[in-house]
Design a binder for this molecule. Structure first.
Ligand code: F0G
Length: 456
């Protein structure tokens, strides 16, 4: 069979609300043309993020009921720990409430003034936590990552020569860790190859530096390695996952992605003294070692989610549904970041709206256009998210369509493709936006806009 179906059937349904074009017009205006300010119940298909928005399985819900809510030593913690140990081989495993909590603990311990942290592509919370510690965050993607249509199979790879140069320039003592984000969310959800991870590891070894993974989407990365990397096609995905973690000295994980849960995070460490420091900080701000800011039921859901995510049927369906949307758009001539990544399809807003300059936010114009046309919500990743006073403009103007896990069916995805193709056909009607109100930091969440009048 060539159709890859959703490997689940539906036991509980959640209605989604159709709106009229007139309703959407006034909702959009009331929200100041910022979809973050739209109430979720006014959204038909929500592609704002794949984080915490997945559907849990019946096994996970059964675990929620069975969970042990003891303060210390809960059996749910040990089940979570067992799953993570089996999957990653790590001995030191701390639960946290989400990815950025793991990042905050880690960088409080190893960040600081004059330190430099390289990454293939920092996610914004990772960068913010590094900068909060007064260290500097540097992105070192391969050059191909900056070219939207380049079909390189591993556009998430790190530029290892640039890493080598950076370490030589700054001196290894200023580099507390080298981070690799799998998959690279900021660069289109693109995977990192095993070959590249090994090359980064070798570079770290030459300079005596630890290598960490930002492993939020480790399973999607492993599946793409299996599909795309020579010599990996016949290997069990769990073995590839293990190879990835075996190369690392530690990892920060948001379980809201490949943990298949609505809340949760993990910090993995090998170094004994770092583990002691992290344990102390965990108790200080998150919670005791065996719950880390979560309820027992969250740990139970993670214990099961991290197993389900490495099942072949799930990953085949997951990656296929993203690729399916990517292919439908590509076939219709809609410009997207090629090849489609693990968790999202990214539209190229510059090609979509050549008539809208970067300072009028072409990506946000597409985001608003898609909501207005079809009630679909997505997010700008370009001059709005990364620009602002004193910042250099980002290399790409993108719109991310993040696909929640196990939530939407093929007909939902067909609807999304149809809507985007229709928007593409009427793209000259999209209008630029001006900011009328914005906060000093992370402005994309709450900024308000007015729309420009149509040209001519
Ligand atoms: N690292 C990466 C690569 C991420 O994509 C995220 C979250 C985090 C760290 C932080 O994890 O949200 O659990 O604190 N990304 C979400 C997104 C928010 O929409 O891409 P968190």
């Amino acid at each position: 069979m060539k159709t890859i179906i959703e490997p689940f059937r539906i036991k509980t349904v959640e209605p989604i609300r159709m709106t009229t074009a007139e309703q959407r017009e006034s909702i959009l205006r009331d929200a100041g043309f910022n979809p973050f300010l739209i109430h979720a119940e006014d959204v038909l298909i929500d592609l704002l993020t794949d984080s915490g928005t997945g559907a849990m399985s019946s096994e996970q819900w059964a675990g929620v009921m069975r969970a042990d809510e003891s303060y210390a030593g809960a059996s749910s913690f040990y089940r979570f720990e067992g799953t993570m140990r089996e999957l990653t081989g790590f001995d030191h495993i701390l639960p946290t409430h989400q990815g950025r909590a793991s990042e905050r603990i880690l960088f409080e311990l190893i960040g600081g003034k004059d330190k430099v942290v390289p990454n293939n592509g920092h996610f914004d919370t990772t960068r913010a936590n590094i900068e909060h510690s007064l260290a500097e965050a540097i992105d070192l993607p391969i050059p191909e990552a900056r070219h939207v249509s380049d079909p390189h199979p591993f556009k998430g790879n790190m530029d290892v020569e640039a890493l080598e140069r950076l370490i030589e320039q700054t001196g290894p003592s200023r580099v507390p860790v080298v981070f690799v984000t799998v998959t690279n969310n900021s660069a289109g959800g693109q995977p990192v190859s095993l070959e590249n991870l090994r090359a980064v590891r070798a570079c770290c070894d030459r300079h005596g530096l630890p290598m960490f993974l930002d492993a939020c989407r480790f399973a999607e990365n492993a599946w793409l390695i299996r599909q795309r990397e020579p010599g990996q096609h016949d290997r069990p995905v769990r073995d590839i996952v293990r190879d990835m973690f075996d190369l690392a000295d530690g990892a920060t994980i948001s379980a809201k992605k490949d943990g298949l849960v609505n809340i949760g995070g993990v910090l993995l460490l090998r170094d004994e003294s770092l583990f002691t420091g992290a344990s102390n900080l965990l108790i200080l701000t998150e919670g005791y070692l065996t719950y880390g800011g979560l309820a027992g039921r969250d740990l139970e859901a993670m214990a099961r989610g991290f197993r389900e995510v490495v099942e072949d049927d799930y990953l085949a369906y997951r990656i296929r549904s993203v690729e399916y949307l990517g292919r439908a758009l590509t076939d219709a001539g809609v410009p997207i970041v090629q090849p489609p990544g693990g968790h999202a399809v990214y539209l190229d807003a510059t090609a979509f709206c050549p008539h809208i300059p970067a300072d009028q936010f072409p990506g946000q114009a597409v985001v608003c256009g898609l909501y207005r046309l079809a009630g679909i919500r997505c997010v700008e990743i370009g001059s709005l998210m990364f620009g602002g006073e004193g910042k250099s403009p980002p290399p790409l103007e993108l719109v991310r369509l993040a696909i929640p896990r196990r939530v939407y069916t093929q007909s939902h995805i067909d609807y999304v493709a149809e809507a985007i193709i229709e928007l593409w056909q009427q793209r000259e009607t999209l209008r630029g936006l001006d900011i009328v109100d914005q906060p000093p930091v992370l402005r994309h969440f709450t900024a308000r806009f007015v729309e420009r009048e149509p040209a001519g």
